[in-house]
Design a protein around this ligand. Structure first.
Ligand code: KG4
Ligand code: ZN
Length: 334
């Protein structure tokens, strides 16, 4: 079964083709226009999707060495995300499905992130705990069987990626902040500044990153007031360490609480090599089977959407043509 996947929920325009085992192509066009504004400008994102989507689909088909008529179905993100951006992908998917007389399926973007691990190995072991850490989400999920997800913890304010982006802005590093903070942190001392780890003493699996971000801001402002030089490397490394410690600790509490031996990591923040290493070391020490998707499958991409669509279409599911975008779609809506 060949599935064309389309992802336009935020600022990546992406199309991919998957077959029963493999991601045959996964083309991603990142919209650079947002960098000068320090964050995604929704109207610019929609317009860029309109311009880029057709050529990106053509490239995905070419790389997979097939054409539209070979597709058995179309999978597309219908939420959560930016309304205008989601609409571009959904309208395209409906138009293609209608003209090809093939089924289409709306995919929950977060389910796509979690199933990115399955894009590389379709035999995921259950039950598993998944940590999804991206620019819009920081959630812990318990999955007992295929396509069943229970949210067991989430951020009560900023997402982890959002904190990386905002702290990068405070440090004047640019956007998106995650990779820039990681780079700056390489030369820094991660114990130089004691930034707070929120909710660690609470008996729940929720996160909070807003206080940490504000704490970095206050630290930088205080140093400037005193005319002290700021070590961007030390601030970046100390901030990054705080995020990593919280994500790892809460995830391992979830594994213990739900007695799970399998862990799936997903979302853009998982590209962070310090975070990956911390998870790898702890999983090794505690005999946990860890699945981390390749970096290209961590940030937003259509390969993960095509894979999730492949699983659902393969079970006989499909969407109706009156499906609308749902910008605040939750994983529990599944
Ligand atoms: O999953 P994603 O591509 O989009 C959303 O669904 O939000 O995640 C993007 C987020 C951004 O906040 C970005 O700063 C963060 O992932 N990110 C990173 C790294 N690479 C991307 N955060 C930390 N370290 C990285 N290396
Ligand atoms: Zn995402």
């Amino acid at each position: 079964m060949l599935i064309l996947g389309i992802e336009t929920s935020c600022d990546e325009t992406s199309a991919a083709v998957v077959d029963d085992q493999t991601v045959l192509s996964n083309i991603i066009a990142t919209q650079s226009i947002h960098a000068e504004y320090g964050g995604v400008v929704p109207e610019f994102a929609s317009r860029a999707h309109i311009r880029q989507l057709v050529p990106i689909i053509d490239m995905a088909l070419q790389e997979a060495k097939c054409n539209l008529k070979d597709m058995d179905g179309i999978a597309v993100t219908f939420g959560p995300g930016l309304a205008g951006s989601l609409l571009v992908g959904l309208c395209m998917a409906k138009g293609l499905a209608m003209s090809l007389d093939k089924p289409f399926i709306g995919v929950n973007h977060i389910e796509g992130h979690i199933l990115a691990a399955a894009a590389e190995d379709p035999n995921l072991d259950y039950p598993f705990i998944a940590l999804v850490a991206s620019g819009g989400h920081s959630i812990l999920v318990h999955s007992q069987k295929p396509l069943s997800f229970q949210i067991i913890g989430q951020t009560i304010d900023d997402a982890a990626g959002e904190a990386f982006d905002k702290v990068a802005k405070v440090l004047g590093l640019g956007y998106p902040g995650g990779p820039l903070i990681e780079k700056a942190a390489r030369d820094g001392d991660d114990k130089a500044i004691a930034f707070p780890r929120a909710l660690m003493d609470k008996d729940n699996l929720n996160f909070s990153f807003s206080g940490l971000k504000t704490s970095v801001l206050y630290y930088v402002q205080a140093q400037k007031r005193k005319n002290n030089a700021i070590s961007v490397a030390d601030v970046a490394a100390s901030f990054q360490r705080a995020v990593v410690e919280v994500l790892v600790e809460k995830t391992f509490r979830a594994l213990g609480k739900y007695n799970c031996k399998n862990l799936v990591l997903a979302g853009g923040v998982i590209r962070n090599s310090v975070l990956r290493r911390a998870f790898e070391n702890r999983c090794l020490a505690e005999n946990i089977v860890l699945r981390i998707p390749a970096p290209i499958l961590c940030t937003d991409n259509a390969g993960m959407i095509a894979r999730a669509g492949h699983v659902r279409l393969g079970r006989g599911e499909h969407s109706e043509f009156d499906l609308d975008v749902i910008p605040n779609l939750s994983l529990s809506d599944l």
